[in-house]
Design a protein around this ligand. Structure first.
Ligand code: HEC
Length: 133
């Protein structure tokens, strides 16, 4: 089916307008992602994601450098892998590794109540993508 031009002129801005309302502005999402990262990940993976957070000293292993995820994945940031890894849906290389599993509101650890909201996960992934070298 092809839309008549006047109809398309009516529908397209309406759809785009609805998207703009539903999706947070990119900057908002990045700010949210940075907050989540700082609260949940930086202690082990480092403030800049390079794997040298204060808590990593007692882990017995250096957490992987998260700034190299894209470089290690042929130049494509592996969003699906990161999401599934963080949610504990992938097997860890070392089952005893200290990487916590996050629940499925607010990326709280699985041990505590709550679920990870889709928008929080998108915000975290968007932010992590900006950390790639
Ligand atoms: C208590 C320390 C700790 C915290 C907190 C932590 N991680 Fe990890 N993370 C690790 C360790 C240790 C590994 C290595 C696990 C393994 O290889 O089995 C790891 C592995 C990973 C990996 C796999 C990287 C790769 O190249 O294989 C990703 C992605 C990751 N963490 C992301 C995150 C994110 C995102 C957060 C915050 C939501 C987070 N981690 C919080 C310790 C931590």
């Amino acid at each position: 089916m092809t839309l008549s031009k006047p109809l398309a002129a009516l529908i397209i801005p309406t759809v785009l307008g609805a998207c703009a309302v539903l999706m947070p502005a990119p900057n908002e999402s990045l700010t949210r992602g940075a907050t989540i990262y700082a609260a949940e990940c930086a202690a082990c993976h480092g403030a800049a994601g390079d794997g040298a957070g204060a808590a990593s000293l007692g882990l017995g292993m250096t957490p992987p450098d998260l700034t190299g995820l894209r470089a290690r994945n042929d130049g494509v940031f592996p969003r699906a892998f990161v999401q599934r890894f963080v949610l504990g849906q992938l097997e860890k290389e070392d089952p005893d590794a200290a990487m916590p599993t996050f629940g499925t509101v607010g990326l709280e650890h699985a041990q505590s109540e709550g679920e990870v909201t889709a928008s929080d996960m998108v915000a975290l992934l968007d932010y992590m993508e900006t950390l790639q070298r």
